[in-house]
Write a protein that binds this ligand. Sequence first.
Ligand code: THU
Length: 129
Amino acid sequence: MTLIDAAETVRRRAYAPYSGFLVGAAIRGAGGGVHLGCNVENAAFPEGTCAEAGAIAAMVAAGERAIAEVAVIADAAEPVPPCGGCRQKLAEFAGPDVPVTLATTAGARRRTTVGDLLPGGFSARFLGG
Ligand code: THU
């Protein structure tokens, strides 16, 4: 099963009754584990969480802290890029060269990297004065 196939499997479990927009994310950790997440919305709209955030939480809960590869899929006209917050969340655990595949259920693909998605991002190296 490809990482996109894994993301599509979890996309179908998304809880998105408000937007109707189901998103799935799959992360391959540097240790080889595959970690899945889907968006989980809430009646209090700002409390909803993105698919990428769920996959990152699953990765950390499984004991992995380095992202090797990311896949995100949605039923959209073109591949959906991660939101700004999720770009920052991905960059916490992924170097700039980590590949990200964005996909649609219709079969479109866009290959990018964490560095291309978040150039000039804030990171831990700025902390500590
Ligand atoms: N969403 C994600 O889960 N990931 C993205 O990359 C973009 C947006 C979710 C958030 C919300 O539940 C729905 O898609 C519509 O914005």
